[in-house]
Design a protein around this ligand. Structure first.
Ligand code: 4AD
Ligand code: MG
Length: 478
């Protein structure tokens, strides 16, 4: 009996002379004889050799790019260059035909922009199957990292009544008739009649719920979809993205930075160990793509070397205040090359500043701490100076901010004062404040933007290419 095997398994432990059954999609078919078969288990294809003399010509005629086939045959050492082994087909079945004259994917290079328009088929390209295998490995390694360290995975809600970040960038969730919503006497919409009896939205972050859980289970993390209705049409923003948010009780800002740095390095090492073929493929792709770019715009290191460099070197840690001084005295600032010139302490850092620090000044991942309270969320712990908060952002080369986190304000009076200053209604947040009333303690956590990490590890340059079905302003197809 032929055993059903994935192409990955066959390459891993090939049994020459054994009978195998393989199934997948035809990539190319040359000389009515050599079929390159892909099943998505690896970036490699398996060569299937069809016997031209004994195979029905009508069947041969149907072996076309894109067709789904099932093959049984003997594994032999390959005579041809380019592959170590191949299967001599004894039985070949066409399961799903394909017509290459109308099949959008041709055996040639397609642009990423074109592939975005056919996102339902782009999984079938080498590039996208590699990206999504690596994406899987990253997700798996994150769960493994936290599980191995005694963290519990908490499922925070997707529909919520709160705006965790206080930035007001929320998608509303309602079952009210938008053409005829119930009104209050003052003309405003009466959300008491809505499905949940109040106004609700899609979550922007699972942090507040993670805090509640951490103040009982000690170490928790969330890993879920988050939604932001910010109108940012950049290569690093999605309206729907995935976030990992660990939260740890009895932990301060330094513990938080250590955890984030350990986690990122663990994931990089895991991918280098377990996704070597895909990363090599993605590295070659990137090198090819960058050939057409001017030297100054090319990556300073090949992809895998860059990952190793980040995994092996300590991240630079400095305060926002130190960073502002570096930026103020930097060439692009003095020459007014930055779109947003840094004039004074208190300025919010833009992606151009973050990338200058990481790519030009330090040439390493950077952790910035102790930001002005006025540019950060209400829940961050106020420092002694009354002016800065115990925040930390991790900045990565080519990406900018990849992680945002902080030690939390655990002191009830200080938290309430900050909420008042920032116009956050106390009644609606009473459940959150309860944690500060009963057994409050130091705690800290952060949020890792999952797609930004996938972007970094795969060496892709647009965030729309590392999530299967991107959601961006004006785009929710598929
Ligand atoms: O810095 P942010 O807004 O932090 C929070 O949401 C905190 N509640 C996290 C916490 O402390 N538990 O978002 C965290 C990360 C960012 O550093 C960025 O990597 C990513 O989420 N992110 C986005 N990724 C893709 N598209 C967007 N629109 C993003 N907005 C934030
Ligand atoms: Mg942030």
């Amino acid at each position: 009996m032929a055993k059903l095997s994935s192409i990955k398994d066959i390459y891993q432990s090939p049994e020459i002379g054994a009978s195998y059954k393989v199934q997948g999609w035809v990539r190319t078919f040359r000389g009515n004889q050599f079929c390159a078969l892909s099943d998505g288990s690896t970036v490699k294809t398996l060569q299937i050799v069809v016997d031209r003399d004994t195979t029905d010509p009508e069947l041969i005629n149907k072996i076309k790019t894109g067709a789904a086939i099932v093959v049984t045959g003997t594994l032999v050492e390959s005579q041809g260059a380019g592959q170590s082994v191949e299967i001599q087909a004894q039985e070949l079945k066409i399961v799903g035909e394909s017509d290459p004259s109308v099949y959008p994917l041709q055996p040639k290079k397609h642009s990423l922009e074109f592939l975005r328009e056919i996102a339902h088929l782009r999984f079938r390209t080498n590039t996208f199957s590699a990206i999504f295998r690596v994406r899987h490995a990253i997700a798996f390694s994150i769960h493994k990292f936290f599980n191995d360290r005694g963290f519990f995975y908490i499922h925070s809600p997707i529909v919520t009544g709160s705006d965790a970040e206080g930035a007001g960038e929320m998608f509303q969730v309602t079952t009210l008739d938008l053409n005829n919503p119930p009104k209050n006497e003052d003309g405003s919409i009466n959300f008491k009649e809505d499905f949940f009896g109040k106004a609700t939205n899609l979550t922007v972050s699972g942090q507040l719920e993670a805090e509640l859980a951490a103040l009982a289970l000690s170490k928790v993390y969330t890993f879920g979809p988050t939604f932001r209705a910010e109108n940012s049409n950049t290569t690093r923003h999605l309206a729907e993205f995935w976030m990992i948010e660990p939260e740890v009780a009895f932990a301060n800002l330094v513990d938080n930075m250590d955890l984030a740095e350990d986690m990122l390095k663990y994931v990089l090492n895991y991918c280098m160990e377990n996704c070597a073929d895909d990363l090599q493929f993605l590295q070659n792709r990137l090198e090819n793509e960058e050939k057409s770019k001017p030297m100054a715009e090319r990556s300073p290191m090949p992809l895998i070397e860059k990952l190793k460099f980040c995994a092996d070197n300590e991240f630079v840690r400095l305060t926002y205040t130190e960073a502002i001084n570096i930026l103020k005295n930097s060439k692009p600032n003095k020459k007014k090359k930055f779109q947003f010139v840094i004039e004074e302490w208190g300025a919010d850092l833009q992606s151009e500043h973050e990338r200058y620090l990481v790519e030009k000044h330090f040439k390493k991942p950077v952790i910035l701490t102790d930001y002005p309270k006025n540019i950060k969320a209400f829940y961050m712990r106020l420092n002694e100076d009354d002016n800065t908060v115990a925040a930390m952002d991790i900045l990565f080369p080519g990406i900018g901010e990849i992680v945002g986190g902080s030690q939390r304000e655990e002191r009830l009076d200080k938290l309430e004062k900050r909420m008042t200053e920032m116009d956050i209604p106390h009644e609606e947040m009473d459940w959150f404040l309860d944690t500060r009333r009963f057994g409050t303690c130091e705690h800290a956590g952060f949020g890792l933007g999952f797609e930004r990490l996938v972007l970094f590890i795969t060496g892709m340059s647009n965030i729309r290419d590392v999530i299967p079905f991107p959601r961006t302003p004006g785009n929710a197809q598929f």
